[in-house]
Design a protein. Sequence first.
Length: 46
Amino acid sequence: MPYQLQCDGCDLEREHADWADANEAASDHEAEYADHWVSIIELQEA
Ligand SMILES: [Zn+2]
């Protein structure tokens, strides 16, 4: 199941194949931009 990152502080939109990758990328982004909040959205396969 792919996961998409969505940031409320910029237009970051990135897909990751697994949750661990998505979570790590979200943490990295929030570490780099302390005032951004990244949501991890589970994409539903059609
Ligand atoms: Zn951001």
